[in-house]
Design a protein around this ligand. Structure first.
Ligand code: ARG
Length: 462
């Protein structure tokens, strides 16, 4: 065997790879991220090999000790990672043999890197889902806390980013709680579907050794083994589902981030972020830039990129394993890390934000935001058909605009110019408080509704 040929298949190979071959082929630069999962999988595999009598109990003990020592080396930053050994699987295995000799060479019995990598990526993704789920729950908790604090804080509700109807800050924040709760359930669905062990599919067709795939599946916390060996090494749809759930969640966070950007703009001045979540400018001393929000707004770019990237890698790939699939990992790792950081920054900003309640209230009443309340009053009190009420109200908005007053600023005489039966009682519905208080339909904006919904979420998230 030539000195630079791969020690794992040196039997057939006399020469080593070209530098370019090694550079394009090696994944150790990024797949070392999965070292914990790789060692976990190998420990389960070795225990099973010994259990069914394929290796001796002594070999299993020395494999276990060796793998645990290697975990220590990696943790302490002392592991000699080698690009010539391509990936995390061969790095760990070669090091194991270096440390324990003969027994190390028996570990790969009835296993291939194809089922090994399929296992490691599944384990990694499952761990990532668990971590992200906890972070989403924390972000929801932050939103719920602020929502119950601001259940009655009026603010403008927008459609088309134009003033639409008054709402409350609590109601607005709880909208994101709903989105994030669906994000959690999407990740949970993905986790449940992917929770089957591919280990034992070997290269692609299974193995003639009397392995016990149910045993390794149970040891690794899976519901059971996968049912088709070809599918086991060929499929990455769980990673695609994971990325798509991450992308949707990142998009939700980006919408709130954009609202922080808008709300903190001095022309709006709805909320303030403290020094903890803003940055200054190196040239403009007055600046307070919402960089964290802008970056959360930007992260869907790379997360969606990872999803589209892997979809493109998998499209048209013939069964079973192809080296193409090595390209799954960086996207998955980066997407999970980006979403994790976005969640942390979002939870931080939500806890940090200082709403300006006076400005929110003034803005809530601007833009004839209670026009719908006026139209509804005409329907309720004067029995006008809604379409006619809409028309009458439209004329009154035009009149108010012309006189430069809000709807409550119109005199009874002004109001009667559009509909003579209007009486004093109409003024009761023209304030923002009256407007939000009236919206008691289930899921509506009324402060009492919002407070109750916040309490319900608080209990669910406790
Ligand atoms: N580093 C490879 C990957 O990430 C591991 C599997 C390699 N299998 C093979 N037959 N070359 O996909």
């Amino acid at each position: 065997m030539s000195s630079n040929s791969n020690s794992q298949w040196g039997g057939r190979y006399a020469g080593g790879p070209s530098a370019v071959m090694q550079a394009i082929n090696a994944s150790i630069g990024f797949d070392r991220e999965m070292w914990r999962q790789d060692i976990r999988g190998s420990l389960a595999h070795a225990a099973m090999l010994a259990h069914v009598g394929i290796i001796s109990p002594e070999d299993e003990t020395s494999i276990r000790d060796g793998l645990e020592a290697i975990a220590g080396e990696i943790e302490r930053g002392e592991f000699p990672f080698s690009e010539a050994l391509e990936d995390i699987h061969m790095n760990v295995e070669a090091r194991l043999t270096e440390r324990i000799g003969e027994a190390g060479k028996r570990l790969h019995t009835a296993r291939s890197r194809n089922d090994q990598v399929a296992l490691d990526v599944r384990l990694w993704t499952r761990d990532a889902i668990d971590g992200l789920d906890a972070q989403i729950a924390d972000t929801m908790r932050a939103l719920v806390e602020r929502a119950s604090e601001h259940a009655a804080t009026v603010m403008p509700g927008f459609t088309h980013l134009q003033p639409a109807q008054p709402t409350t800050l609590g109601h607005h924040l709880l909208a994101y709680v709903e989105m994030l709760s669906r994000d959690r359930s999407r990740l949970a669905d993905c986790r449940a579907r992917m929770n089957e062990s591919p280990l034992g599919a070997a290269a692609l067709c299974g193995t003639g050794f009397p392995i016990d795939r149910h045993m390794t599946a149970a040891a690794l916390g899976f519901d059971g083994p996968t049912r088709n060996s070809l599918d086991s090494v060929a499929s990455r749809d769980y990673a695609l589902e994971f990325l798509s759930a991450c992308a949707i969640c990142a998009v939700h966070l980006s919408r709130l981030a954009e609202e922080f950007v808008i709300w903190t703009n001095p022309y709006f001045g709805f909320v303030r972020l403290t020094d903890a979540y803003t940055t200054g400018s190196s040239i403009m001393p007055q600046k307070r830039n919402p960089d964290a929000a802008e970056l959360v707004r930007a992260k869907p770019g790379r997360i969606t990129g990872a999803l589209v990237g892997l979809l493109t890698v998998m499209k048209g790939l013939p069964l079973t394993y192809g080296k193409d699939m090595q390209e799954d990992k960086e996207g998955i790792f980066d997407a999970a890390a980006s979403l994790s950081l976005s969640l942390a920054a979002t939870a931080g900003m939500v806890r940090d934000m200082r709403p300006d309640m006076a400005r929110l209230k003034a803005a809530a009443g601007a833009g004839f935001s209670t026009a719908t309340d006026l139209a509804d009053w005409l329907v309720r009190e004067l029995k006008l058909p809604f379409r006619d009420a809409h028309h009458v109200t439209g004329r009154l908005v035009a009149l108010a605009e012309q006189k430069d007053v809000d709807l409550a600023g119109l005199s009874l005489e002004d109001l009667r110019s559009a509909e003579p039966r209007i009486h004093q009682g109409v003024y009761d519905v023209l304030s923002v408080e009256a407007s939000v208080n009236s919206r008691t339909s289930y899921g509506g904006t009324a402060p009492a509704n919002v407070a109750a919904m916040a309490a319900e979420w608080k209990a669910r998230l406790a």
